[in-house]
Design a protein around this ligand. Structure first.
Ligand SMILES: C=C1C[C@]23C[C@@]1(O)CC[C@H]2[C@@]12CC[C@H](O)[C@@](C)(C(=O)O1)[C@H]2[C@@H]3C(=O)O
Ligand SMILES: O=C(O)CCC(=O)C(=O)O
Ligand SMILES: [Fe+2]
Length: 331
């Protein structure tokens, strides 16, 4: 049989061989949490009190959790299901085809990072990481013609939702709307299609290593399998999947801009011994020359452009296998 999965086990064993096996990652009893659940229909209410309360709930969750879930988000169940079906077909393609045929702008990767040199930096997953500018480009799709149509619709809907939420968060900080539309363009925003194959050594390896996202905010559409965990009050807590909801998390850029009012929280994905898992993340990013500086004084972080930030993250990951992120920019 032709294998669709990348050679994850082989690679993990090769990385582990001279080193001692990593500690058991799943030994603690995990608390499952109900993330703040926000009904976005409040934003369209004729009652201004409801609109204000909904916006306040978004800002409070961004400060206290850095994570929340939204329902009545305006993206239809049909579109979400169609997108998931297309994603499954894409990942079921033979590994050779995914990795060598230039699919989706040649954006396929596996193991989390091509440069992982230690088992602790290795992720039991594969992904396509597609810039928004390429989503509707015919040449990216080969025989996956229906994926193009669905993904274009999906990206447009996620983009609209991400901008709506980001504008609310900005307005709360600066009493000014539309800044996000001025600085975020398609050139840097991206969609990441994630696949976590069932893992025979699930106690030893992450599905996706702990990290914060390097963007303003991320919207995640996950399936019913579960495995996402986030840091809350210095403890890892597991997110209970809710099929009606999309998950939103604050990224590093909003944390810097808000001078730590909004939290870019560390998160990770645990593997599952029996079931594979799918998720799609939309990352809202500004153009590379956008200056990110705090909205308040005294500022905690140096000003930086998004280009400088990405470069620093990539350099650190390449050198050490590990993302340092915002602490690099502390004043
Ligand atoms: C090895 C890594 C690459 C990554 C940062 C990390 O340390 C762990 C997760 C990776 C990830 C996943 C989501 C985004 O695509 C990304 C840009 C991010 O913020 O975290 C990547 C990072 C990266 O590619 O630099
Ligand atoms: O798959 C998930 O639940 C999370 C994915 C994620 O954190 C990412 O792509 O940055
Ligand atoms: Fe993430």
């Amino acid at each position: 049989m032709i294998d669709s999965n990348p050679p994850l086990l082989h690679h993990f064993r090769a990385l582990s061989s001279p080193n001692p096996p990593p500690p058991n990652l799943q030994c603690q009893v995990m608390e499952e949490c109900q993330l703040p659940l926000i009904d976005l229909s409040g934003l369209n209410s004729n009652d201004q009190k409801e609109t204000v309360a909904c916006a306040a709930a978004i800002c409070t969750a961004s400060s206290e959790w850095g994570f929340f879930q939204v329902v009545n988000h305006g993206i239809s169940v049909e579109l979400l299901k169609k997108m998931r079906r297309e994603q499954e077909l894409l990942f079921q393609t033979p590994f050779e085809r995914k990795s060598t045929c230039g699919l989706l702008n040649n954006s396929y990767s596996w193991g989390g990072s091509t440069t992982a040199t230690s088992p602790n930096h290795f992720s039991w997953s594969e992904a396509f990481h597609i810039p928004l500018t390429k989503v509707s480009e015919e040449s990216c799709y080969g025989e996956f013609t229906s994926l193009r149509e669905v993904m274009t619709e999906f990206a447009t809907a996620m983009s609209k939702l991400a901008r709506l939420l980001a504008n609310i968060l900005v307005e709360n900080l600066r009493h000014q709307r539309d800044v996000i539309d001025d600085i975020c363009d398609e050139s840097t925003c991206f969609l990441r299609l994630n696949h976590y194959p069932a893992c025979p050594i699930s106690a030893e390896i992450f599905g996706l290593v702990p990290h914060t996202d390097s963007d303003f905010l991320t919207i995640l559409y996950q399936d019913e399998v579960g495995g996402l965990q986030l840091m809350k009050d210095s403890k890892w807590v597991a997110v209970k999947p809710n099929q009606d909801a999309l998950i939103v998390n604050i990224g590093d850029l909003f944390q810097a801009w808000s001078n730590d009012a909004y939290k870019s929280v560390e998160h990770k994905v645990m593997t599952n011994g029996k079931k594979e898992r799918y998720s799609i993340a939309y990352f809202l990013c500004p153009s590379y020359d956008s200056l990110i500086g705090s909205c308040k004084e005294p500022s905690i972080y140096k000003q930086f452009t998004f280009g400088e930030y990405r470069k620093q993250v990539q350099e650190d990951v390449k050198k050490t296998g590990h993302k340092v992120g915002l602490p690099r920019f502390l004043l």
